[in-house]
Design a protein. Structure first.
Lengths: 317, 440
């Protein structure tokens, strides 16, 4: 595996290999010196052409925990502001011989373009409304931690599906791991043809009780001005996941950042059903595993059986 | 109203080509003798010792193609295309007449701009060029251009192509004024409130890619509105670049009601669908209207076959390489098409037996009738306007190697058959493939 551009490129076995390796990395985060030399001397460029807190910081921490050298670039303060094209930026930075480029872009397909223009491996850290594969992996990781296997689990993804790359990647990832997925939201925020991704489509939360897992999406304020929904008030009334709607045996997830009081009521954010914090924590180890897979795991096409994750521990002493 | 640079009248004997002129009822291997730029004789075993002989056995000779819709990017965007390069591309594609759109910089919205453009065409154009003027000043959609004066200055018709005439009241006035000025109103049909920020067809593929979609009804609802207006005012309209099944139905319904309406379709909408975008989001596949789904494509093919759609037009839209080397959402809309039009339709629809060759040949010049231009014909006494095509010649459409100044061709990477080897336009040899043997 050279690039991670789309979650669709990963089969279940590959996902499980990465997640098992991520599990083995949790031990690193618990050390006093949170660093192993697995990627010493490797160069990782983080190109974040869009605002990000979690993804950006966790990619940086992941690379540093593996002893890689990391350079972070954002569109503000870079040559992008001077009108340099993505192609020229990537080709310029490629002259520094990076081993891996992590790219977050507001544009669909940006990571694929970068992969065409560089010899480095490329990780898609979110391309427009298309995909966010490492988010999907960390969500599967956090969910597996909570419920064990996803086989047969019923996952509802609730909210602004139209503008969500997380929804797209997670439909693929959850489905590949054996879950069934329902997307639910206002008809204005569910794209036409969504069911072709292999999910069910619902426009009301009436049957939310059937869900084992409720995955709420961020509802952005600008959607109101574009008339996707008439008001926050009406959205909250119909689609907010609150203590009344969330059952005690259901698991609650959210990719962050949360709009408290909009898509989620405060009481469920802080409830024991929520694994939002675990999702964030999973970000570092899962991204460590992705970096390791792409930079050190190349050619290692004989993963250890998932039943023996410890044996797969790739960390040299 | 057509302009081209002076050409040497051809003296040429094309020997043994299979001549196919569906309108004239010719479909046989024949010799065609051109003298002084006119067809002097058609027959078997013609002899003319004093002229160039083109041995064309195994090749086909068609009436030259006419494109009712090209962007020659002049004035103002000559880095993408100019009259010389655009008409060289036309000649290389077998075209003997092309019609340029007015969405240039400045727009062709006044007689002085049009007249200077025509003068430039008389210096540069390799094949005759006609021009449409804009319906509204500066393509602003607000105020009508001086349509009568523009017609006097040689405008073939009017269009705000690239944009719809969004206000029904403005289009109605243009239709009324058409009684005075004449000229067809060519309409880019799209409701901007439905298209929004869409960059591709709205459907399963856009849902998967997370790209904003342009729904089919954005096009078809405006066609229905404008057909109603044209019927009410008894105006004459031509619908540009149909892309959707619902649009074909809207045109067919208007024709059935007796509305004076014609329509065109592009080779890419006949041959490709939005599924192509799942490969790698190639920006050469981004155009407006967008590639739609298989049911739409089938409906367009059926519409072309049954005559609902009158002609094939390329919507040749050159863009510079750096403009297209962008993320998909940022890249401009448009594909070049002049040099691949016939081969694309031949390869994708004629070879598989979907459309007869004669129908395609006829529709490739159907734009002439739409715009009241003379139809090219293989007939003694007529000016020589034909192309010579090698149907067995296959090539891979590439990154480079175009006569056009731009190389944003949506068929890049595909193997096409049916290469144009020579074009005679307005009586002069406009294009000849380097390998074409000529015996003097």
């Amino acid at each position: 595996m050279r690039h991670l551009l789309s979650i669709e490129d990963l089969d279940r076995a590959t996902m499980e290999r990465i997640l098992d390796r991520a599990k083995s990395f949790t031990e690193v985060s618990e050390r006093e010196i949170k660093k192993v030399p697995a990627l010493r001397g490797r160069r990782v460029l983080n190109l974040f052409w869009e605002a990000s807190t979690r993804t950006r910081s966790s990619f940086e921490l992941a690379a540093k925990a593996l002893s890689a050298d990391v350079v972070n670039l954002s569109s503000s303060g870079s040559a992008i502001e001077k009108g340099e094209s993505l192609k020229d930026t990537v080709q310029t930075l490629s002259a520094y011989r990076p081993d891996l480029i992590v790219i977050r872009s507001p544009h669909v397909g940006a990571a694929h373009l970068v992969a065409r223009w560089t010899d480095a491996g490329v990780v898609n850290a979110g391309d427009g409304k298309h995909e966010h594969p490492t988010q999907a992996l960390l969500d599967v990781y956090a969910l597996r931690d909570r419920i064990g296997s996803l086989d047969g689990a019923n996952v509802w993804i609730v909210g602004d599906v139209l503008h969500s790359r997380v929804a797209r990647s997670n439909i693929h990832a959850f489905t590949a791991m054996g879950a069934t997925v329902t997307v639910c939201g206002p008809p204005t925020l569910i794209p036409r043809g969504m069911e072709s991704l292999g999910c069910e489509v619902e426009f009301s939360l009436d049957r939310l009780q059937e869900a084992d897992v409720v995955y709420a999406l961020r509802m952005q304020n600008e959607r109101m001005t574009d008339s996707f929904v008439p008001s926050i008030r009406e959205y909250v009334a119909r689609y907010q996941v609150d203590g009344r709607r969330l059952g005690s045996r259901q698991v609650l997830m959210h990719p962050g950042p949360v709009n408290r009081g909009v898509e989620l009521a405060a009481e469920v954010i802080d409830s024991p059903q929520a694994i939002i914090g675990q999702q964030v924590a999973a970000g570092v180890v899962v991204r460590m595993a992705v970096l390791y897979e792409l930079l050190a795991g190349r050619g290692a096409e004989n993963p250890s059986p998932p039943t023996q994750p410890k044996a797969a521990t790739p960390v040299p002493a | 109203m057509l302009d081209s640079r002076p050409t040497t009248p051809a003296d040429l004997l094309v020997r043994g080509a299979h001549v196919l002129d569906p309108r004239a009822g010719i479909d046989a291997p024949l010799d065609v003798l051109v003298r002084g730029g006119e067809i002097a004789a058609i027959g078997a075993s013609l002899e003319a010792p004093d002229v160039e002989v083109v041995e064309a056995a195994g090749k086909h000779l068609f009436p030259g193609f006419v494109d009712s819709h090209v962007h020659l990017r002049t004035p103002g965007q000559e880095h993408e295309e100019d009259l010389d390069s655009g008409t060289r591309a036309a000649a290389a594609g077998g075209y003997v007449t092309v019609v340029g759109m007015p969405n240039t910089d400045p727009a062709v919205d006044s007689a002085p701009v049009l007249l200077s453009l025509r003068e430039q065409a008389r210096r540069e154009a390799r094949v005759p060029v006609g021009f449409l003027a804009s319906v509204t000043r500066g393509l602003g959609g607000e105020a009508l251009t001086e349509m009568a004066e523009l017609r006097d200055a040689g405008a073939l018709g009017f269009t705000d192509d690239g944009k719809p005439v969004h206000r029904a009241g403005i289009l109605r006035k243009a239709l009324q004024y058409q009684r005075l000025a004449g000229g067809v109103l060519c309409l880019h049909e799209e409701d901007p409130t439905l298209s929004g920020r869409g960059v591709m067809h709205e459907g399963a593929v856009s849902a998967r890619l997370g790209l904003a979609g342009i729904p089919s009804v954005s096009e078809s609802t405006l066609i229905a509105r404008d057909a109603a207006l044209a019927g009410y005012e008894d105006g004459r309209i031509h619908i540009q670049h149909l892309s959707a099944r619902e649009s074909v139905e809207a045109v067919a319904a208007a024709k059935a009601r007796g509305v004076r309406i014609t329509a065109e379709v592009s080779p890419h909408h006949l041959a490709l669908t939005d599924r192509e975008l799942l490969q790698d989001l190639d920006t050469r596949l981004k155009m407006n209207p967008p590639l739609r789904d298989e049911a739409d494509r089938q409906a367009l093919v059926d519409g072309l076959r049954d005559g609902t759609i009158d002609c094939i037009a390329t919507d040749h839209a050159p863009h510079a390489r750096e403009e297209k080397e962008m993320p998909f959402e940022e890249a401009p809309m448009g594909t070049t098409g002049l040099e691949t039009a016939f081969a694309a339709v031949y390869t994708e629809l004629v070879i598989p037996g979907v459309l007869p060759l004669a129908l395609v040949v006829e529709r490739m010049s159907g734009g002439a009738a739409v715009l009241d231009l003379p139809l090219p014909a293989i007939a003694v006494g007529r000016g020589a306007n034909f192309c010579l095509v090698d149907l067995s010649s296959e090539w891979e459409v590439g990154e480079h190697g175009y006569e056009s100044r731009s190389d944003n061709c949506c068929f890049a990477g595909r193997k096409l058959r049916g290469r144009v080897v020579a074009t005679v336009a307005a009586g002069g040899l406009a294009y000849r493939e380097r390998t074409l043997a000529v015996v003097v």
